[in-house]
Design a protein around this ligand. Structure first.
Ligand code: PYR
Length: 509
């Protein structure tokens, strides 16, 4: 038995973090034979943003994707990321929708449900965990890791104990922003492994470039399951590299037991796949330690970048980054993950662009302050709360207790467009996008967003194919280079005249 079990995330979080969740099923299926034979503990293949991206951009039925992956991956556990009572959407759904969703996901092929709540409010996990246990599948409870004056190691350890008491089969530390440091990982896992007896996993992003070090320290302190992404989709906003972790642990008491050569073949396959999606490459692909300055996850920085660019306000980026921790503090230090990252990020943008903090307050911030997302981790700013919701008292109840069963109404509303229970759930989670998808499917007009022609692989460039524009990274700095002179590759030391950041330079090749 391998001492450290590996969950491969390339088919979910790897491409969600690096190419805006755009990988199509057609690029997953050809490599499934190798993935299935690799001996992974599980493959994360579904959930998170993949469901939305399938409907909105790829025009694929996410349920059909799951069934096809299940068929192509008969031996390996299939895993999904579930946003607790938010399922795969951005608001709370009623319990009957959560129960039906879990039941259908299990029936279509999910073995392991990783369940988190952005506020670590366990009341938002209860229904999903119970529903998973009813199906007999593996319920993995998540601790959303963050740093703040109200998040102490002992609180995370206590949360771990609660998750175990709720019946979770394992517990994952979900470091979605890549905020862990090796020392913090060691302390946290030492505490958790003393407090609970279920297996412990670590999911961390490499935004600051220290994720592999964190995994090693976690493993040395009782973590037995790690999430990694195959090389082509690893690093930066994504995860530690699978092959590297296998090499690092090989021959030690923590050996993963995975076959490196097979992983290398898988890595090369995905290298080619990634080229196809070059138009979606995130701004936050590389290492960015600003996550430790602003506690802003890499994916959120790239979203903000796009939002501000669209509004011609890119120059305000640093002000927005500085505003995010202030809004977060006003809201009682929520961990930044879906949906709180969107709630805090949008309010921070408004606070900066309107020129006055909280002049305009989003509906989501109002709902948050009314308690409809759950209990904030720390005290909220009373003045902001008054400004947002006046004298209204926040609710004390579990938010979903205020929601009436809605499945029957949704079934009636979508009517004949839904061919099965799965279609009703698609509509339940995404009323607009889901309905449009079902209508287009019925009309036979589903058309995926177009892909730009692939970037030519280096091997395709023949000896005469001198590039006219390319990027060069020197000591970590990337230069846009345009060739302005003449010359042919392979002709000894003829000079190329390059423009490096606007300055022509002569280089010998
Ligand atoms: C998601 O909710 O999609 C994350 O990856 C956290």
């Amino acid at each position: 038995m391998p001492k450290v079990n590996v969950t491969e995330v390339v088919l979910r979080d790897g491409h969600q973090s690096l190419i805006a969740t755009r990988m199509r099923t057609e690029d997953m299926l050809p490599i499934c034979g190798e993935l299935d034979a690799a001996g992974y503990w599980s493959l994360e293949v579904w959930g998170g943003a993949t469901f939305d991206a399938c409907l909105r951009f790829l025009k694929e039925d996410p349920w059909e994707r799951l069934r096809r992956l299940r068929e192509a991956l008969p031996k390996t556990r299939l895993q999904m990321l579930l946003r607790g009572q938010n399922l795969l959407g951005y608001r709370h759904y009623s319990d009957d929708v959560v129960e039906a969703f879990v039941e259908r996901a299990a029936d279509n092929g999910i073995d392991v449900f990783r369940i988190f709540d952005a506020l670590n409010d366990v009341r938002n996990l209860e229904t999903a965990v119970r529903a998973v246990k009813r199906t007999g599948r593996h319920a993995q409870g998540a601790i959303c890791y963050t740093i703040s004056p109200v998040h102490r190691v002992e609180d995370f350890v206590a949360l771990g104990r609660t998750l175990e008491e709720m019946g979770c089969d394992s517990i994952v530390v979900k470091d979605m922003a890549g905020l862990l440091t090796p020392a913090a990982a060691a302390e946290l896992f030492a505490g958790l492994s003393e407090a609970v007896s279920v297996p412990l996993a670590l999911h961390t992003h490499d935004s600051a470039g220290v994720a592999a070090l964190c995994q090693l320290k976690a493993i040395e302190n009782g973590c037995t399951h790690i999430d990694t992404a195959i090389s082509a989709f690893s690093g930066g906003a994504s995860h530690p590299c699978t092959e590297s972790m296998v090499v690092a642990l090989e021959g030690t008491e923590h050996d993963t037991g995975l076959d490196l050569e097979r992983l290398q073949r898988i890595g090369f396959y995905f290298r080619e796949v990634r080229r196809k999606y070059h138009q979606f490459e995130s701004e936050a692909t590389g290492i960015d330690t600003r996550v430790h300055t602003f506690q802003v996850p890499g994916g959120m920085i790239s979203n903000l970048y796009l939002q501000l660019r669209e509004q011609g306000a890119l120059a305000r980026m640093n002000e927005v980054l500085a505003e995010i921790p202030r809004v977060r503090e006003d809201l009682g230090f929520p961990p930044l993950v879906t949906p709180t990252s969107q709630i805090v990020g949008t309010q921070a943008v408004l606070n900066v662009l309107t020129g006055e903090r909280y002049k305009t307050i989003t509906n989501e911030v109002k709902l948050y302050l009314k308690g409809h997302y759950g209990r904030p981790p720390g005290p909220v700013n009373e003045a902001v709360r008054r400004q947002a919701i006046g004298s209204e008292e926040p609710i004390e109840a579990r938010p979903a207790d205020l929601l009436r069963p809605e499945l029957e109404r949704l079934r009636e509303e979508i009517g004949a467009l839904a061919g099965c229970a799965e279609d009703v759930l698609t509509f339940a989670m995404f009323p607009d996008v889901g309905r449009r998808f079902l209508e287009e499917r019925q009309a036979g007009t589903l058309t995926p967003e177009p892909l730009e022609p692939p970037a030519a692989p280096a091997a395709d460039a023949g000896p005469q194919a001198a590039p006219v524009a390319f990027k060069v990274t020197i000591h970590g700095e990337t230069y846009e280079i345009r060739v302005t002179g003449s010359g042919h590759r392979g002709q000894g030391s003829r000079p190329y005249y390059l423009v490096v950041d606007g300055v022509p330079e002569e280089v010998l090749v």
